[in-house]
Design a protein around this ligand. Sequence first.
Ligand code: NAI
Ligand code: MG
Length: 359
Amino acid sequence: MTHKIAVLPGDGIGPEIVAEAVKVLNALDLDLELQSAPVGGAAYAAHGHPLPEATLKLAMESDAVLFGAVGDWKYDTLERHLRPEQAILGLRKHMGLFANFRPAICYKELTHASSLKPELVAGLDILIIRELTGDIYFGQPRGRRVATDGHFPGAEEAFDTMRYSKPEIERIAHVAFQAARKRGKKVTSVDKANVLETFQFWKDVVTEVGQQYPDVALDHMYVDNAAMQLVKEPKRFDVVVTGNMFGDILSDEASMLTGSIGMLPSASLNDKKQGLYEPSHGSAPDIAGKGIANPLATILSAAMLLRFSLGLEDAAQKIEAAVQKVLADGLRTPDIYSEGTTKVSTREMGDAVVAALQA
Ligand code: NAI
Ligand code: MG
């Protein structure tokens, strides 16, 4: 069966890093059909919109999207709906991407780059799964009004609504348990059940879903404690599943454990296992066009694409092993360079991963 992949390079370093990931995908002997389309500022410049109809159509009809990054200061003055980042929001919405995967992996060769002690992060491999379409970020009603009660009746106030429906929690819980099955067989559900009704409900529903996965261990942790444990003993986690807001914060915290933004992949999936795969970093306009961007986050995103959307676990592992090999060989783009290693360009790094795959 041919798998269709939409390739959306975007802005800044996007085209440079995506080219390397495409090279890696093409080096595997897989039945893939890759098709590119403009997105973000590049699409606005060419077609007057950050997410042109044709690009959206291509993405919707694909099994997965390989995405670079969007954004540049030169588009900051555009009206909100024309700005590059609207492309991601539009794709998330139209594709129904409710599950955001952010692995935090610390390769032992790169522990020096982490903000934590090497012994705490060496070999770290955890996966944070954030619910992406619900919670207080999207809950209605929201707005501003004059308070009629509370501490200051008559004062101007603002409010948002935290809410989760049972099916919303169930589907993200299933995603987490299924992901854990392929890894360390442990899920930690992060909540604030002691204070919030929404998250007591979250905890109840995750527990109920967990009964269908007797082979996966489930524990629960309050979000404040989770924030602490992530820096105290990050290796205690395997899969962490949480709501949109807590996940937003914890996934950024976890990314800093690894120390290198150029190494971190991410994925956003819907209930058909269709997904958008992109590096966690942005378009890095400061280094665009210089050939020094680290392509590994994008290459590792392509590995996630094979694993989660196409079910090609072996091929995903081959890419990850190849990345590990080039790091072990001492190859480094400038962002992860340290004394005694070999500095390479974006393209040289991509070529080295391809060579490691073929070795
Ligand atoms: P950024 O992640 O693009 O860059 C932050 C710093 O990390 C910069 O110094 C950059 O040079 C460096 N960096 C990032 N990726 C790198 C890589 N692969 N190799 C080596 N160094 C790398 O974040 P920033 O500067 O806040 O945003 C730049 C633009 O990217 C903005 O327009 C922003 O809106 C956009 N952005 C887009 C995202 C997306 O497409 N999903 C996510 C985050 C930001
Ligand atoms: Mg991104």
